[in-house]
Design a protein around this ligand. Structure first.
Ligand code: OOG
Ligand code: MG
Length: 262
Protein backbone atom coordinates (compact mmCIF):
# COMPACT_ATOMS: atom_id res chain seq x y z
CA UNK A 1 0.00 0.00 0.00
CA UNK A 2 1.37 3.39 -0.96
CA UNK A 3 -1.58 5.63 -0.09
CA UNK A 4 -2.64 6.43 3.46
CA UNK A 5 -6.12 5.73 4.86
CA UNK A 6 -7.26 9.33 4.57
CA UNK A 7 -6.33 9.45 0.88
CA UNK A 8 -8.06 6.12 0.20
CA UNK A 9 -11.20 7.39 1.96
CA UNK A 10 -11.14 10.65 -0.01
CA UNK A 11 -10.68 8.87 -3.35
CA UNK A 12 -13.58 6.50 -2.59
CA UNK A 13 -15.87 9.44 -1.81
CA UNK A 14 -14.62 11.26 -4.92
CA UNK A 15 -15.44 8.34 -7.26
CA UNK A 16 -18.70 7.35 -5.59
CA UNK A 17 -19.91 10.95 -5.69
CA UNK A 18 -19.04 11.15 -9.38
CA UNK A 19 -21.11 7.99 -9.90
CA UNK A 20 -24.13 9.28 -7.97
CA UNK A 21 -23.99 12.67 -9.70
CA UNK A 22 -23.32 11.11 -13.15
CA UNK A 23 -20.35 13.45 -13.57
CA UNK A 24 -17.05 12.38 -15.11
CA UNK A 25 -13.62 12.87 -13.52
CA UNK A 26 -10.01 12.38 -14.63
CA UNK A 27 -8.37 9.08 -13.82
CA UNK A 28 -7.10 9.10 -10.26
CA UNK A 29 -3.59 7.84 -11.07
CA UNK A 30 -2.94 11.25 -12.72
CA UNK A 31 -2.81 12.74 -9.22
CA UNK A 32 -1.64 9.58 -7.43
CA UNK A 33 0.86 7.87 -9.74
CA UNK A 34 2.27 5.84 -6.83
CA UNK A 35 -1.09 4.08 -6.25
CA UNK A 36 -0.59 0.27 -6.23
CA UNK A 37 -2.94 -2.73 -6.76
CA UNK A 38 -3.75 -3.02 -3.07
CA UNK A 39 -4.63 0.66 -2.95
CA UNK A 40 -6.88 0.22 -5.98
CA UNK A 41 -8.88 -2.62 -4.41
CA UNK A 42 -8.85 -0.80 -1.04
CA UNK A 43 -10.61 2.16 -2.72
CA UNK A 44 -13.13 -0.23 -4.32
CA UNK A 45 -13.74 -1.84 -0.89
CA UNK A 46 -14.37 1.60 0.60
CA UNK A 47 -16.90 2.40 -2.16
CA UNK A 48 -18.64 -0.87 -1.32
CA UNK A 49 -18.69 0.08 2.38
CA UNK A 50 -20.13 3.52 1.54
CA UNK A 51 -22.96 1.93 -0.44
CA UNK A 52 -23.72 -0.74 2.17
CA UNK A 53 -23.74 1.91 4.92
CA UNK A 54 -26.34 3.77 2.87
CA UNK A 55 -28.53 0.64 2.81
CA UNK A 56 -27.53 -0.98 -0.49
CA UNK A 57 -27.42 -4.77 -0.58
CA UNK A 58 -24.59 -6.75 -2.14
CA UNK A 59 -26.03 -8.85 -5.01
CA UNK A 60 -22.95 -10.43 -6.55
CA UNK A 61 -19.53 -10.02 -8.08
CA UNK A 62 -18.28 -9.42 -11.60
CA UNK A 63 -15.19 -10.12 -13.56
CA UNK A 64 -14.04 -7.56 -16.11
CA UNK A 65 -11.64 -7.51 -19.06
CA UNK A 66 -11.82 -11.29 -19.41
CA UNK A 67 -12.04 -11.27 -23.20
CA UNK A 68 -9.37 -10.27 -25.68
CA UNK A 69 -11.93 -7.98 -27.37
CA UNK A 70 -12.43 -6.03 -24.14
CA UNK A 71 -8.74 -5.89 -23.24
CA UNK A 72 -7.93 -4.60 -26.70
CA UNK A 73 -10.77 -2.07 -26.65
CA UNK A 74 -9.65 -0.64 -23.29
CA UNK A 75 -5.90 -0.97 -23.89
CA UNK A 76 -5.32 -3.00 -20.71
CA UNK A 77 -3.98 -6.48 -20.25
CA UNK A 78 -5.39 -8.35 -17.25
CA UNK A 79 -8.76 -9.32 -15.75
CA UNK A 80 -10.11 -7.45 -12.74
CA UNK A 81 -13.10 -7.86 -10.44
CA UNK A 82 -15.77 -5.66 -8.91
CA UNK A 83 -18.92 -5.92 -6.81
CA UNK A 84 -22.62 -5.63 -7.65
CA UNK A 85 -25.35 -4.05 -5.51
CA UNK A 86 -29.13 -3.97 -5.77
CA UNK A 87 -29.05 -0.32 -6.94
CA UNK A 88 -27.56 -1.55 -10.23
CA UNK A 89 -30.32 -4.09 -11.00
CA UNK A 90 -32.90 -3.35 -13.67
CA UNK A 91 -35.65 -5.74 -14.86
CA UNK A 92 -35.50 -7.62 -18.14
CA UNK A 93 -37.29 -5.59 -20.81
CA UNK A 94 -37.22 -2.53 -18.57
CA UNK A 95 -36.00 1.02 -18.92
CA UNK A 96 -32.54 2.34 -18.10
CA UNK A 97 -32.51 6.05 -17.31
CA UNK A 98 -29.82 7.86 -19.30
CA UNK A 99 -30.11 10.88 -16.99
CA UNK A 100 -28.43 8.92 -14.18
CA UNK A 101 -25.49 7.78 -16.32
CA UNK A 102 -22.50 9.45 -17.98
CA UNK A 103 -21.74 7.48 -21.17
CA UNK A 104 -23.12 3.94 -20.82
CA UNK A 105 -22.06 0.95 -22.89
CA UNK A 106 -23.62 -2.52 -23.01
CA UNK A 107 -21.84 -5.84 -22.60
CA UNK A 108 -23.15 -9.37 -23.23
CA UNK A 109 -22.17 -11.68 -20.38
CA UNK A 110 -22.78 -15.19 -19.12
CA UNK A 111 -23.53 -15.32 -15.40
CA UNK A 112 -23.18 -18.13 -12.87
CA UNK A 113 -24.94 -18.76 -9.57
CA UNK A 114 -23.04 -21.06 -7.22
CA UNK A 115 -24.44 -23.68 -4.85
CA UNK A 116 -21.20 -24.44 -2.97
CA UNK A 117 -18.31 -22.25 -1.81
CA UNK A 118 -15.28 -21.83 -4.09
CA UNK A 119 -11.89 -21.05 -2.68
CA UNK A 120 -8.58 -20.52 -4.46
CA UNK A 121 -5.72 -20.98 -5.06
CA UNK A 122 -5.90 -23.89 -7.47
CA UNK A 123 -9.57 -23.47 -8.35
CA UNK A 124 -10.23 -24.68 -11.93
CA UNK A 125 -13.09 -25.05 -14.42
CA UNK A 126 -14.07 -28.46 -13.00
CA UNK A 127 -14.41 -27.06 -9.48
CA UNK A 128 -16.53 -24.22 -10.81
CA UNK A 129 -18.87 -26.49 -12.78
CA UNK A 130 -19.27 -28.80 -9.75
CA UNK A 131 -20.18 -25.78 -7.61
CA UNK A 132 -22.54 -24.19 -10.16
CA UNK A 133 -26.26 -24.16 -9.43
CA UNK A 134 -27.20 -22.68 -12.83
CA UNK A 135 -26.03 -20.26 -15.50
CA UNK A 136 -28.10 -17.43 -16.91
CA UNK A 137 -27.64 -14.62 -19.40
CA UNK A 138 -26.89 -11.07 -18.31
CA UNK A 139 -26.32 -7.71 -19.93
CA UNK A 140 -24.07 -5.33 -18.05
CA UNK A 141 -24.32 -1.59 -18.57
CA UNK A 142 -20.92 -0.17 -17.72
CA UNK A 143 -20.38 3.55 -17.17
CA UNK A 144 -16.82 4.47 -16.32
CA UNK A 145 -16.64 7.53 -14.16
CA UNK A 146 -13.50 8.49 -16.09
CA UNK A 147 -13.69 11.00 -18.89
CA UNK A 148 -14.04 9.29 -22.28
CA UNK A 149 -13.50 5.86 -20.65
CA UNK A 150 -9.78 6.73 -20.48
CA UNK A 151 -8.19 4.87 -17.60
CA UNK A 152 -5.48 2.45 -16.55
CA UNK A 153 -6.08 -0.82 -14.73
CA UNK A 154 -5.57 0.59 -11.24
CA UNK A 155 -7.91 3.53 -11.81
CA UNK A 156 -10.66 1.29 -13.19
CA UNK A 157 -10.36 -1.21 -10.29
CA UNK A 158 -10.78 1.68 -7.84
CA UNK A 159 -13.89 2.77 -9.81
CA UNK A 160 -15.50 -0.65 -9.18
CA UNK A 161 -14.66 -1.65 -12.76
CA UNK A 162 -17.15 0.81 -14.29
CA UNK A 163 -20.12 -1.08 -12.78
CA UNK A 164 -23.39 0.80 -13.17
CA UNK A 165 -26.41 -1.34 -14.13
CA UNK A 166 -27.15 -4.92 -15.04
CA UNK A 167 -30.08 -6.93 -16.30
CA UNK A 168 -30.57 -10.69 -16.09
CA UNK A 169 -33.29 -12.63 -17.80
CA UNK A 170 -33.71 -15.31 -20.40
CA UNK A 171 -33.58 -18.89 -19.19
CA UNK A 172 -31.56 -20.25 -16.27
CA UNK A 173 -30.09 -23.69 -17.08
CA UNK A 174 -27.77 -26.19 -15.40
CA UNK A 175 -24.26 -25.75 -16.80
CA UNK A 176 -23.99 -29.42 -17.85
CA UNK A 177 -26.83 -28.96 -20.34
CA UNK A 178 -24.83 -26.40 -22.31
CA UNK A 179 -21.60 -26.22 -24.27
CA UNK A 180 -20.55 -22.96 -22.66
CA UNK A 181 -17.60 -22.48 -25.01
CA UNK A 182 -19.62 -22.83 -28.21
CA UNK A 183 -22.57 -20.87 -26.86
CA UNK A 184 -23.39 -18.20 -29.44
CA UNK A 185 -24.28 -14.62 -28.53
CA UNK A 186 -25.95 -12.05 -30.81
CA UNK A 187 -26.21 -8.38 -29.81
CA UNK A 188 -28.91 -6.32 -31.52
CA UNK A 189 -29.40 -2.57 -31.23
CA UNK A 190 -32.61 -1.09 -32.64
CA UNK A 191 -33.29 -4.32 -34.49
CA UNK A 192 -29.91 -4.58 -36.18
CA UNK A 193 -27.19 -7.07 -35.35
CA UNK A 194 -24.17 -5.08 -34.12
CA UNK A 195 -21.99 -7.91 -32.78
CA UNK A 196 -21.74 -11.66 -32.41
CA UNK A 197 -19.65 -13.68 -30.00
CA UNK A 198 -19.21 -17.00 -28.24
CA UNK A 199 -18.65 -18.14 -24.68
CA UNK A 200 -15.08 -19.15 -25.46
CA UNK A 201 -14.19 -15.48 -25.94
CA UNK A 202 -14.21 -15.27 -22.13
CA UNK A 203 -10.85 -16.76 -21.07
CA UNK A 204 -11.47 -19.82 -23.27
CA UNK A 205 -14.46 -20.87 -21.14
CA UNK A 206 -16.72 -18.67 -18.99
CA UNK A 207 -16.18 -20.99 -15.99
CA UNK A 208 -12.47 -20.09 -16.17
CA UNK A 209 -13.48 -16.54 -15.29
CA UNK A 210 -15.21 -17.73 -12.11
CA UNK A 211 -12.17 -19.90 -11.27
CA UNK A 212 -9.90 -16.88 -11.73
CA UNK A 213 -12.13 -14.82 -9.45
CA UNK A 214 -11.95 -17.53 -6.75
CA UNK A 215 -8.17 -17.63 -7.15
CA UNK A 216 -7.78 -13.86 -6.96
CA UNK A 217 -10.01 -13.70 -3.87
CA UNK A 218 -8.08 -16.66 -2.40
CA UNK A 219 -4.92 -14.55 -2.53
CA UNK A 220 -6.68 -12.18 -0.14
CA UNK A 221 -7.90 -15.03 2.08
CA UNK A 222 -11.46 -14.68 0.84
CA UNK A 223 -13.81 -17.22 -0.76
CA UNK A 224 -16.84 -17.13 -3.03
CA UNK A 225 -19.74 -18.22 -0.82
CA UNK A 226 -22.46 -20.59 -2.03
CA UNK A 227 -25.29 -18.70 -3.69
CA UNK A 228 -23.06 -16.03 -5.26
CA UNK A 229 -24.15 -14.45 -8.56
CA UNK A 230 -21.11 -13.84 -10.78
CA UNK A 231 -20.94 -12.10 -14.15
CA UNK A 232 -18.01 -13.47 -16.12
CA UNK A 233 -17.20 -10.43 -18.29
CA UNK A 234 -18.19 -9.09 -21.70
CA UNK A 235 -17.71 -11.63 -24.50
CA UNK A 236 -17.36 -8.88 -27.13
CA UNK A 237 -16.39 -5.23 -27.10
CA UNK A 238 -18.74 -2.95 -25.17
CA UNK A 239 -21.13 -0.86 -27.33
CA UNK A 240 -22.17 2.71 -26.58
CA UNK A 241 -25.89 3.41 -26.30
CA UNK A 242 -27.95 6.57 -26.50
CA UNK A 243 -31.35 7.71 -25.30
CA UNK A 244 -34.00 5.98 -27.42
CA UNK A 245 -31.91 2.87 -28.14
CA UNK A 246 -33.29 -0.55 -27.53
CA UNK A 247 -30.95 -3.50 -27.03
CA UNK A 248 -31.69 -7.22 -27.25
CA UNK A 249 -29.01 -9.84 -26.63
CA UNK A 250 -29.78 -13.42 -27.68
CA UNK A 251 -27.92 -16.31 -26.05
CA UNK A 252 -27.97 -19.75 -27.64
CA UNK A 253 -30.07 -22.01 -25.41
CA UNK A 254 -30.53 -19.30 -22.79
CA UNK A 255 -33.12 -17.00 -24.34
CA UNK A 256 -32.64 -13.26 -24.51
CA UNK A 257 -32.22 -10.16 -22.35
CA UNK A 258 -33.47 -6.76 -23.43
CA UNK A 259 -33.67 -3.15 -22.29
CA UNK A 260 -34.56 0.34 -23.46
CA UNK A 261 -32.54 3.47 -22.80
CA UNK A 262 -34.80 6.39 -21.93
C1 OOG B 1 -14.11 -2.01 -17.29
C2 OOG B 1 -15.17 -3.02 -16.97
C3 OOG B 1 -15.08 -4.21 -17.87
C4 OOG B 1 -16.14 -6.37 -18.62
O1 OOG B 1 -17.13 -7.11 -18.66
O2 OOG B 1 -15.12 -6.60 -19.28
C5 OOG B 1 -16.20 -5.18 -17.76
C6 OOG B 1 -14.44 -1.18 -18.51
O3 OOG B 1 -14.25 -1.66 -19.63
O4 OOG B 1 -14.87 -0.03 -18.34
O5 OOG B 1 -17.16 -5.04 -17.04
MG1 MG C 1 -18.77 -6.38 -17.63
Amino acid sequence: MNLNAATLDALAVHLETAERQARDVVKITDEHPQMDWEDAYAIQDRIRALKLARGSRLTGLKMGLTSFAKMKQMGVEAPIWGFLVDDYVRPDGGAIEMGTLIHPKVEAEIAFVTKAPLRGPGCHIGDVLAATDFVLPAVEVIDSRYRDFRFDLKSVIADNCSSARYVTGGVARPAEELDLRALGIVIEKNGEVIATGAGAAVLGHPAASVAMLANMLGERGQELPAGTFIMTGGATEAYAVERGDSVVVRYQGLGSVSMRFV
